[in-house]
Design a protein. Structure first.
Length: 96
């Protein structure tokens, strides 16, 4: 007798400020199976992901190297720059 419960929306935390938000409200950075660090615009890419809630938090996560730690990857300066650029584009695109 399976009683179906309403699944609560999955909450994720921003790796910089720890603020919680629904998955769709955060920006996901993923380490793909190939070990490439990318901004995950779909939020559905396979691999280990880390979330940030804002551009300021992205910068904090990058500056503190928390992004690399969260993804269990050693990111190069280039990785950080590339990902930061893509996330910023997405953030600005979303807010107009
Ligand atoms: Zn945040």
């Amino acid at each position: 007798m399976a009683e179906v419960q309403n699944k609560p929306k999955r909450q994720r935390s921003c790796i910089a400020c720890g603020g919680k938000a629904a998955k769709g409200e955060l920006y996901r950075v993923v380490k793909t199976a190939a070990g490439v660090i990318e901004f995950d615009a779909s939020g559905k890419a396979a691999g280990r992901g880390a979330y940030v809630c804002s551009e300021a938090c992205l910068e904090k996560a990058v500056a503190s190297k928390r992004l690399g730690r969260a993804l269990r990857a050693s990111l190069t300066e280039e990785d950080y720059e590339r990902v930061a650029l893509d996330v910023k584009k997405a953030i600005r695109g979303a807010t107009g």
